[in-house]
Ligand binder design. Structure first.
Ligand code: MG
Length: 455
């Protein structure tokens, strides 16, 4: 029974993701963990977060683990705590999903998301209902941990080139989207000597200002704030603040792929490896080619990327950066975790010497298009993917089938795959001109729609 997707368990709160279910997941996970350890529980700002965190805490305590309640903290802050304390953690978050969703993410005692083999053992316990139960005298105790945010901010600050950022006297506009980064990100930028202005920076599970996904129209407030405050950089996070996306000093959104390429150009050296997903932008490939580094691709999703980085590190490879164009970026030498605040400070270091628009200008030569094609049931999805496969096999392009069908045409590429979390077939395309990217995406769409019409 596969319960965990490429980014944990997700569902509609109180519908598919009930407190009872979260309790069972927590008890199954903690049955795998050493009951001398204890385990941490953290959450993002969703209205259902405390309810589900309470359920998780009960599940952990029932197996005999002491529970460390971290409250509302960014997912990377929970990971930092897990590593410091040497205990696993369970994070209640649905990341960028809409407010009615929630989810569960499992972190190991090393601060890293559990890999697929460990997840599989938890799933097996869930399926077979083989959870441990502690006798009455040894159920877990609960303690509230108060300084997780401060410790996290201090840790990221210590890893930042503070003098360069301070000397630049930057103004930063921050839009945490009412999520778990609402307190920590503005605080760190202030501690780095920046003038900070914020929007949507009140923790609020109703997400009144914008939805948690930091994309497109959701970033209108941030772009306006950058212009109004004459800021040097705009920073936005998703609901659990493990992603960072940016707006430049003119208030224009920076493509996530361009930001990733700029950050990679800053850290990637000859002979090293960068890990990204199969929808990787040519911008990142160009950076790797320029310095003589290798690009390793995985199926889409942070779990896949983290698994691959671990394999490469075990084989002695240097992987200074990994991630996707959605702002989910890892710097494995710091921690093998996506970290919105750490990513933002690394970008801020670049902006300390050049305006944000110039930082990404070398990586702006491509245009991206994404189409979302809805389906009603699995049969329709399979017909659509079948049509996409026929299109792919007949195309005069290099085909990659790691996750969906990616076609590289030399002057652009297109990828078609089923979404892991929504009833959508997604088409991604990239080329040097918007017209060419649109053409590549539309060729796939036409093939898919013809198959839908035939049914
Ligand atoms: Mg997230």
């Amino acid at each position: 029974m596969k319960v965990f997707g490429s980014s944990g368990v997700r569902g509609l709160a109180n519908d598919t993701l009930t407190p009872e279910y979260v309790l069972r997941i927590a008890a199954a996970a903690s049955s795998e963990w050493d009951d001398d350890w204890g385990a941490a529980v953290a959450r993002d700002t969703r209205t259902t977060g405390r309810m589900l965190a309470d359920a998780a805490a009960a599940g952990l305590a029932s197996t005999g683990l002491d529970v460390h309640r971290l409250g509302v903290v960014p997912t990377p802050a929970a990971q930092a705590y897990a590593e410091r304390a040497g205990i696993p953690a369970l994070v209640i978050t649905a990341s960028h999903n809409p407010p009615e969703y929630n989810g569960v993410k499992l972190i190991g005692a090393d601060g890293i998301e559990l890999g697929r083999p460990a997840i599989k053992r938890v799933e097996d316990r869930l399926a077979k209902e083989t959870v441990k139960r502690a006798p009455w005298a040894t159920v877990g105790a609960t303690q509230r941990i108060e300084d997780v945010r401060q410790q996290y901010v201090s840790e990221v600050r210590a890893a930042t080139d503070r003098s360069a950022v301070e000397a630049a006297e930057l103004t930063v506009a921050v839009d945490p989207g009412h999520g778990a980064g609402s307190a920590t990100s503005p605080q760190l930028f202030r501690e780095l000597g920046c003038e900070v202005v914020t929007v949507n920076a009140q923790e609020d599970g109703h997400f009144p200002g914008r939805n948690p996904e930091p994309v497109g129209g959701n970033l209108r407030d941030l772009r306006q704030l950058v212009r109004a405050a004459d800021a040097d950089l705009g920073v936005a996070h998703d609901g659990d603040a493990d992603r960072a996306v940016f707006a430049d000093e003119r208030g224009e959104g920076i493509e996530g792929d361009a930001a990733l390429a700029a950050l990679a150009a800053g850290v990637l050296d000859h002979g090293e490896t960068v890990v990204s997903a199969v929808n990787v932008s040519q911008r990142l490939v160009d950076v790797a080619d320029d310095v003589g580094a290798t690009v390793e691709l995985t199926p889409i999703g942070s779990t896949n990327i983290i698994t691959r980085v671990r394999e490469l590190q075990a084989a002695g490879e240097e992987v200074p950066i990994a991630g996707e164009g959605n702002g989910g970026i890892l710097f494995p030498a710091h921690r093998l975790a996506r970290d919105g605040l750490y990513t933002a400070t690394k970008f801020l270091e670049l902006v300390a010497t050049n305006p944000a628009s110039e930082v990404v200008a070398p990586f702006d030569a491509y245009e991206n298009v994404r189409l979302d094609l809805a389906y009603r049931d699995d049969r329709e999805r399979d017909r659509m993917l079948g049509a996409a496969e026929r299109h792919a096999r007949e195309a005069d392009a290099e085909l990659t089938t790691m996750d969906g069908y990616r076609l590289d045409y030399g002057d652009g590429w297109v990828l078609v795959r089923a979404s892991g979390t929504e009833p959508l077939v997604r088409v991604y395309a990239e080329a040097r001109s918007g017209d060419r990217a649109t053409q590549l995406a539309n060729e796939v769409r036409t093939a898919i729609e013809a198959a839908q019409a035939d049914a």
